[in-house]
Design a protein around this ligand. Sequence first.
Ligand SMILES: Nc1ncnc2c1ncn2[C@@H]1O[C@H](COP(=O)(O)OP(=O)(O)OP(=O)(O)O)[C@@H](O)[C@H]1O
Ligand SMILES: NC(=O)c1ccc[n+]([C@@H]2O[C@H](COP(=O)(O)O)[C@@H](O)[C@H]2O)c1
Length: 173
Amino acid sequence: MLRGIYPGRFQPFHLGHLSVVKWALERVDELIIIVGSAQESHTLNNPFTAGERIEMIRMALKEYGIPTDRYYIIPIPDILMNNVWAYHVKMYVPAFQKVFARNPLVVRLFKEAGVEIDIPPAFNREKYNSTLIRKLIIMNEEWKDLVPSSVYNYIKSIKGDERLKEITGSDKK
Ligand SMILES: Nc1ncnc2c1ncn2[C@@H]1O[C@H](COP(=O)(O)OP(=O)(O)OP(=O)(O)O)[C@@H](O)[C@H]1O
Ligand SMILES: NC(=O)c1ccc[n+]([C@@H]2O[C@H](COP(=O)(O)O)[C@@H](O)[C@H]2O)c1
């Protein structure tokens, strides 16, 4: 049984993330999706809480018919020491053999810890990136097509778009 991890902040979870999950699940039996920077929320770069991100990921994977016994979603707070971060992650999750990541720091730290890395292709990265989605939300522009519809509906239901505009002061401009 092969298990892999996929770390990310998922602020928010978009269609590129979904493609990575599907790609990874073709290569491992089980995927551990790590919701990183779990302590962060209510900021421009990290508007959603770990709990909210867990909800959106689960809804998205359900929407796309990915069975719940193929994945775990585990939140992990950041630590101040990059050098031991890979071991910090290992402590929080079931045993794994592979890391799926494109983030160069994540790749480097797990490589140094002796874990096999699998770099997924970039899936429409110009469109599917959370920075762009957060920007579009703030500017009141269309972002619906960049995320699974369950994620869009969830963010609307918790007024996450309004939160992002409010905390960045863009609702006052
Ligand atoms: N469209 C995509 N195709 C392939 N990999 C992606 C894509 N978007 C993100 N990733 C990868 O998924 C992991 C988690 O990404 P992350 O949550 O930082 O999303 P992001 O879109 O890069 O967000 P942000 O713009 O906020 O940094 C990283 O390894 C990142 O490189
Ligand atoms: N020292 C640390 O805590 C450490 C080091 C490297 C990555 N991370 C986390 O891993 C996640 C990687 O995801 P992103 O690719 O979305 O940045 C982030 O939450 C990042 O903060 C944490």
